[in-house]
Design a protein around this ligand. Structure first.
Ligand code: AVJ
Length: 356
């Protein structure tokens, strides 16, 4: 059966230079590995398990905020095209569909081709009114993508959930948001999920759970390097460790060598001292102020901020800083000061060009 509302575009993200990046990361004085490599098939399964752990409040809290959102519509000309970064699973998008009015198109972007295409096709089958375009690409390829060809007539909304932005350094996060600002243009939006700063008694267990699933997830990176790059890491000789970096408000994941040892990788011998660590992930925690600053530096302002009762997680709507935007905010402010920018979907079923 051919689906008229479904298409795929494959930019064939360069099989990633996995070996090159691993070699480079492990040859530095402070050894690092990039967290994007956690997600092989087993890594994805483990991450799904993490999301269900009692200690890992992140996903649960984000979903609870989405479930609490009453229907809303964004000032837009035409329907919305939601571009989801890391959209191999359509799970969160399906929740978003319940709250956000007028979505006419969905563009999940991911490097996991198989899962991406499969899930997107299922969604297209379930939602015949929705145009679905699954884009297999990495983030760097998005800047030069001919968006106009696909999203002409739609208002673009980039959806970046899960606090994945917390994996990036502040300067990477800023460049990414600047790129997103160029992609969505002056009339588009970014809907961003951010995990918030909170007491360590909650944060640490979320990344060091009692069942050891997160440890397994971390160690699986070495298993993957063994399998795909033919290295010989002994997984029993490394230990999962969580550190909290107070200066930068970030959780760090490390793999600490339990012994002085060598590992063979593609003809190179890597040395590990006892106690030496491989830094595998940063998971930054944000304050509203930090997000405001990040937004401002990349040409956005916070149009809306939703959080849970404990202030654990925030979903924030970024709109571009244009005079039209600011004017429409002022115009709406007197009508409903608690929601200066949004219109309730019930009262305005079609989206008028509020900012046009
Ligand atoms: C998917 C990057 C948001 O940082 O909380 C979970 C990944 N790492 N447990 C996070 C993760 C360890 C997760 N992100």
């Amino acid at each position: 059966m051919t689906l008229l509302n479904f298409q795929t575009v494959d930019l064939a993200p360069a099989a990633q230079d996995f070996l090159g990046e691993v070699m480079k990361g492990l040859s530095q004085p402070v050894k690092t590995l990039a967290p994007k490599y956690f997600y092989d098939d087993h890594g994805m399964e483990l991450f799904e398990k993490i999301c269900e752990l009692p200690e890992y409040y992140v996903t649960r809290t984000e979903l609870s905020i989405m479930d609490e959102l009453s229907s809303f519509a964004l000032p837009a000309s035409g329907q919305l095209a939601v571009i989801e970064l890391g959209g191999a699973s359509s799970f969160k998008f399906r929740r978003l569909q319940r709250s956000l009015a007028d979505i006419g198109m969905y563009i999940p972007v991911d490097i996991c081709r198989q899962a991406l295409f499969h899930e997107a096709q299922k969604l297209a089958r379930d939602c015949p009114e929705l145009k679905v375009m699954a884009l297999c690409a990495d983030y760097q390829q998005l800047e030069s993508f001919p968006w106009e060809t696909y999203t002409a007539g739609f208002t673009p909304v980039v959806y970046f959930p899960g606090s994945t932005i917390g994996n990036l350094t502040p300067s990477e996060a800023k460049s990414l948001l600047k790129m997103l600002r160029r992609i969505v243009g002056p009339n588009g939006y970014v809907l961003l999920g951010c995990d918030l700063v909170k007491p360590l008694t909650t944060l640490i267990p979320a990344y060091d759970d009692a069942q050891g699933v997160t440890a397994e997830f971390n160690l699986n990176l070495l298993r993957r390097i063994n399998r795909e790059l033919g290295a010989n890491f002994d997984l029993h000789q490394f230990r999962h460790e969580i550190r909290y970096n107070t200066d930068e408000n970030k959780i760090e994941m490390h793999l600490v060598s339990l012994a002085s040892q060598t590992v063979q990788l593609a003809g190179t011998t890597l040395q590990f001292a006892k106690g030496e660590s491989i830094h595998t992930e940063d998971s930054r925690k944000f304050t509203r102020q930090a997000i405001e600053k990040l937004a401002a530096e990349s040409g956005f302002c916070i149009d809306q901020w939703w959080t849970d009762s404990r202030d654990y997680f925030a979903i924030t709507l970024l709109g571009s800083v244009t005079s039209a935007n600011i004017l429409s905010m002022r115009a709406n402010q007197s009508a409903d000061s608690s929601h200066p920018f949004l219109r309730r979907a019930e009262h305005s079923p079609t989206s008028s060009a509020a900012r046009a």
